[in-house]
Design a protein around this ligand. Structure first.
Ligand SMILES: [Zn+2]
Length: 598
């Protein structure tokens, strides 16, 4: 593998390549430009032709040409390598026996499978016909079907497997591509059977996986045409089946349709996000060319990072039902934390989702999208609806909205929304800021954001000592990998959510990827990573500081335990529970000794 990588890097001029994305001006023997990965006005992005690397001093990231492309286009290593190999005129397949051949074959298999599904789609079988009829009934035009190469998987147990093996592909490779799976008897079955097939392409239009939608027919009808045992089982009839993750298909990064829409998204700096393939395709058909959808997974932080390089505004158009609204709320929170300007578009009238709107009233979707309202305004509508005079409901509603406002990254925008909220509720800004403080204290992960929001109006508020130590602890182990081993035994001394984050950090080697982090601690991780880049000092200095931080952390930890046991002692005294009191006193004594003896 490394030979190929080297060869590709030698053949490609990094300056020329990056110039395709960033305007560069000479800076000594290097070149500089405006960093494409963070917002800035003066250049802190440097390309070093000698070393074949780039680096941004603003966001402290850098690497080689492969790392640049991975980041810019949100690609996996092997995907980026494939693009660069094509550019350099080096076919990956030529490198026999090594890793890249293994990857390259996955592209070839997926591409051949796509052809197979397309051929099957056009056949005159009853099922293929009903697949075509279904799409027509949803209002889809033939042009859309062709443009997105929609196909059909017949209801046979191994039609695709046989097709691909006749093409010379080996069964274990087809299995790695996620298109077949091995049964207990050692035979191979197609993953997609009796389904409409939507090919999923990466940003460069290469097929990397599929989504199969079941035909809206009763199970008996399916079983009649190519009987096989699993048809009647629930698994075969799940509404959607997706390709599994493979080395070329990362669900948490890939957005459906991005190969067609990235240009339009970059142009208008706005992406319209919908919930699935049907909504995407119908929106596209209706003239919304800057649309994307996640495929086979909920939207992740990584999806948003990819979009952030193209757009600064996100318009969400989700199903009108409760599930759709809840999913949307989750995405709004994520997007706010990523510094997107987030808007929400609504269905009006009977139609529930974008696909139905397009079918019922072509042209309408475009208009609804242009009327999208800011997400915070949407929350006002959703949560401040209690009857007049019901102050309990008002308080709860205001708290929920404040929780949302806290998550907005920009302090200016937060302050502006507080002002709006004051107007909306007739509660003074001062009182709202006070309430915001309560809300932020209950959510340590938002404490910093809450603090920043408060700083706009009132004096700065400090994190508690325990939290400050925890932040320093995490920053240190992020900065100095060697400290991670020592951090393993210390995780328990951190308060949540630092404890959870630390648990993930110490159990994974470099590099930490966003995808392994639970969503609620991802923003904290990002914050800590940035903070860690500001830490200076050699390994010895950092080690000494680490030991000192650990010593204090332990004390803080036992102090908070001490407080807890104090409360339990009081409770046991009040309820005159002798046994509980005795054990609480004993525990109190134990943690007190820890504080003084270490
Ligand atoms: Zn940067």
């Amino acid at each position: 593998m490394s030979d190929t990588v080297q060869l590709i890097k030698e053949k490609l001029d990094i300056t020329e390549f990056i110039r395709g994305y960033v305007q560069l001006t000479p800076a000594g023997k290097n070149l500089k430009g405006i960093c494409p990965f963070h917002k800035e006005k003066t250049p802190s992005f440097i390309v070093s032709p000698d070393r074949g690397t780039w680096h941004c001093f603003g966001c402290s990231i850098g690497g080689d040409v492969i790392a640049f492309l991975m980041r810019y286009e949100n690609l996996e290593f092997i995907e980026a390598l494939k693009v660069l190999a094509d550019r350099a005129g080096i076919p990956l397949e030529r490198f026999g026996g090594t890793g890249e051949k293994q990857y390259a074959i996955l592209y070839s298999i997926n591409s051949a499978a796509k052809d197979y599904f397309q051929e099957e789609f056009l056949k005159e079988t009853a099922l293929a016909k009903s697949a075509r009829e279904y799409l027509v009934s949803r209002g889809m035009l033939a042009d859309t079907v062709r443009e997105f190469e929609i196909g059909f998987a017949p209801n046979t147990s191994d039609g695709l497997a046989r097709f691909l093996s006749q093409k010379g592909f080996k069964m274990p490779d087809i299995e790695r591509a996620g298109l077949v799976f091995k049964t207990e008897r050692g035979t191979y079955w197609d993953r997609f059977r009796g389904r409409i097939i939507f090919p999923i392409m990466n940003a460069f239009g290469k097929t990397v996986g599929f989504t199969g939608r079941v035909l809206p027919l009763p199970a008996e009808a399916l079983a009649k045409e190519g009987a096989h045992p699993s048809v009647a089982s629930g698994m075969a009839l799940a509404k959607y089946v997706n390709s599994p993750e493979t080395p070329i298909f990362n669900k948490s990064k890939l957005l459906f349709g991005i190969h067609k829409t990235k240009g339009a998204i970059r142009e208008v700096k706005t992406a319209v996000l919908v919930e699935g393939q049907m909504d995407f395709l119908m929106a596209w058909q209706d003239g919304v060319k800057n649309v994307v959808a996640s495929s086979g997974t909920a939207l992740t932080k990584e999806h948003l990072q990819g979009l952030q390089r193209m757009a600064d505004t996100l318009i969400l158009f989700f199903d009108a039902d409760e599930a759709g609204q809840a999913a949307m709320e989750r995405v709004i929170d994520l997007a706010n934390a990523s510094d997107f300007s987030v808007k929400v578009a609504y269905a009006k009238g009977e139609a529930k989702d974008p696909a139905d709107i397009v079918r019922e009233k072509p042209g309408e979707l475009y208009r609804l999208i242009s009327e999208a309202v800011p997400a915070t305004r949407h929350y006002f509508k959703r949560y401040l609806t209690g009857p007049a005079g019901d102050f309990g409901a008002l308080k709860r509603g205001v708290r929920v909205v404040l929780q949302k406002i806290i998550q907005i990254t920009s302090p200016v925008e937060r302050a502006a929304w507080i002002r709006e909220l004051a107007t909306e509720t007739h509660i003074s800004e001062e009182h709202l800021f006070e309430e915001l403080k309560n809300v932020s204290q209950k959510n340590p992960q938002f404490q910093k954001a809450g603090t920043q929001a408060l700083a706009v109006a009132t004096a700065n508020e400090e994190l508690s000592r325990h939290f400050m130590l925890a932040e320093r602890f995490i920053s240190l182990i992020l900065r100095e990998e060697a400290l991670r081993e020592s951090a393993k035994g210390q995780t328990e001394f951190l308060p949540e959510p630092y404890r959870e984050l630390c648990g993930v950090l110490v159990s994974h080697g470099e590099p930490i990827q966003q995808s392994i982090l639970p969503i609620h601690i991802a923003p904290l991780f990002e914050q800590m990573s940035l903070r860690s880049s500001l830490i200076d000092g050699d390994a010895g200095v950092l080690r000494a500081e680490f030991d000192e931080v650990v010593r204090h952390l332990k004390k803080e930890h036992y102090r908070s335990l001490q407080e807890e046991w104090k409360k339990k002692i009081k409770a046991a005294e009040a309820s005159q529970n002798e046994a509980e009191l005795a054990s609480a006193l004993q525990e109190f004594d134990r943690v007190s000794r820890k504080i003084y003896n270490g």
